[in-house]
Each structure stands twice: as C-alpha cells, then as structure tokens.
Write a protein that binds this ligand. Sequence first.
Ligand code: GLA
Length: 410
Amino acid sequence: MLKGTMQRILENSTRVAIKAGTLFAILVLAILLAEGCAEAQSSSPAATPPMGWNTWYAFGCRVTEAEVRAAVDAMAANGMKAAGYEYVNLDDCWQGKRDAKGFIHSNERFPDMKGLAEYVHRRGFKFGIYSSPGPKTCGGYAGSYRHEKQDAETYAKWGVDFVKYDWCSASQVYKPRQLKAAYEKMRKSLLRARRPMVYSLCEYGMEAPWLWGPGVGANLWRTTDDVSNRIDFQEYQRMMFVGFSEAGLERYAGPGHWNNPDMLQIGNRGLNLDEDKTQMSLWSLLAAPLISSTDLARLTPAQLAILTNRDVIAVDQDSLGIEGHRVSQTGPVEVWAKTLSGSRLAVGLFNSGESPLPASVRFSDIGISGAVQARDLWQRKDLGKHRGRFSAEIPKHGVVMIEIQSSGEP
Ligand code: GLA
C-alpha cells in the first residue's frame, strides 16, 4: 500500500517534473525564438559598409526621376552592380507639398515615387531617400519636422530601404543638446513603420555622432562637413582633409555602424586618375560607405575601372569590419593600414605632396614579424616576399595600395 502510494507519488511527481520540464523547455524555446526574431529584426542591413550611388554630386537640386532611372540602368550594365553597388539614393530636392493631412508628396520632377522605387527594386537594387529633422532641407524643400511619423510611414509605403537624415535647418528649432533626440525620434518612427531601413545620419560631425550614433540606431554618420562644396567638382586637398580627419575615429566603426566621410567623387571634375585611386583606396581603408555620386553616363572606362576594382572593394567590404588606422605621417606622406580577415592586412601609402616621394612601412609597426607576401591592389600584381619593410615611390597626389600576409617564414 505504502509502496503503491509512494509509487503514485513518484509517478505523479515525475509527470509533474516532466510537465514542468516540458514547460521549461517550451519557455526556453520561446525565449530563444523571440530572441532570434528580435535579432533578425534588429540585425543590421549594413553588416558591411553600404555601397551605392547618390544623386547629389551628380545632379544637385535639378535631379529628375529620369536621371535616377538612367543611373539604375547604367549600374546594372556597367559592372557596378556586379561589383557590389546596391543602393540608389535620392538626395535632396525631391519633395513637393504636404497634403491637408500632412503627408508629403514628391514634386513634379518625381511624378511617381512608388513606381520609381519599384523600378529600382525590379533591377535588384535598393532605394534610398533623404530628409531633414528641421522644417526645411538644405536645398530649402520640406523637412520632416513635426511630420516624422507620417514621413516614415510614407517612406515605408513607397518601399524605401535607406534614409539619409540631414541636419540643415534643424538648428532653428532644436538646441545642440536636443540633436541626439531629434535623430532618435526619426529612428523610432522608422521602426514603427515596420520596414527595415538603413539609417544614415548627416550632422557633419558637429556633436561627435560616433559617440551616440549606434545608440540611436544609426548605421552610418557623416564625420565632417561635405567632401566638396560644389556639385560635380572635387578639390583634392579638401578630399584628403576629410578622409584623413577620421584618424582616431576607427574604434567607433564596426559591422552595422560606420563612420562616413561623404561620397565618392570619382568621375567628377577636379580629380585626375591618381587622385581618384587615392579616394577609392583611402575610403576602403576607412571601411567607409562607398557611395558613388557622379553622372554615370560620363564615366570614362578608366574611372569605371577604379570604381569597380574588386580587390580594393574587398578591403572596404571585409567581413571583420575593422576600420583602418594611421600608421605614420611624415610631411605629405601618410601610411594607413587595415586589418582584414584571414590574417591579412591592407596598407595604403599616400603622397599629398606636389612631386613623387618615397614612402615605406615597417612591418613591425603593423604587428607583423617575419617575411610577408605582398600584392599590389592597383597593378593587380604579386610583389613577392618582403622582409622588414615595404617601400615604394608614390606619385604626386597618388597612392600605392598593397595587401600583405605573413608568409610563415622568419
Ligand atoms: C548637405 C549634405 C549634402 C547634401 C546636401 C543637399 O550639404 O551634407 O550631402 O545632402 O545637403 O542639400
């Protein structure tokens, strides 16, 4: 009897234990699933620096829907899409009037925004758009101030995948200490709109966005003012100032959150091919977003080859997402290095001087001992084994960019 009772008690408690165990397992599973979903939802669409094209330095405020469609076609045909350029970003000056309910409409140069987004998507690209937390954009068009929620809903409805949010007139309505909250407000509105959108902050580095950008869900933030003050024209010295200004900021970049020194100027007036290669090299070493901004119809084959150099792009897009750092600076010669996956490193030797100059990098300065295998990423040529250091003559306003890997030999 006692044995029977004990047995029942044991059976019951086992059942209870099994039930509790099952419940516990279900609970654990549910938590894991929920976490998985949350991770899937929050997992960044910018795991590597975003690549694409933007209308601003190509067409400025005159931009039309036809030009955006033509850029899409050009990228699909000229090898840029195959090389990884993915976003087609409409910058300022697309905005029309708000309707009686407050919803924004595009202006007469963009008669069908949803149709444009579909066109972009059908050709395998993603679609980006632009606004400001202020009442007006920098071009004087309607900003999102007091319409953040409505604008985010409209972008989701149109099929937008990327939002650049540009400070512009926001200082008229916000104090500097409210800047972060203004950016947070739009991020929340975008999340509520339930369409994943890359969030690109543009406040010119005023309030050190690298410190708080990730906290407000930013995937990239501009580190300085514009790389050029003029449409379709780049001054070399300004470009170098903007790129090199990232020295010290490398620790803030990583998968999903990138420092952005503004757009690629390759194809625009003012730069020669050495200077084009310099921007492509420096931006890749900086793990910068590679957003071309030029009239693609006018690219020469040589400029296109620079924009689509797979070896250099692979440096930018490396899966570790480690931004490069300045190794040395001697007058106009700077050496920058970026750690890559597979125990490799990319090194750029830059010469901002007005005549060719010798440059060199000591391997011990970039944490390498023993012999290394080197490859020139612009000449696309193996350079054999090097010991101790790598030296080269760098053209005026030029660059030599190499990838190195320890050969395993002392
Ligand atoms: C600011 C931004 C630029 C561009 C223009 C558009 O200057 O920094 O990148 O978006 O506005 O008006």
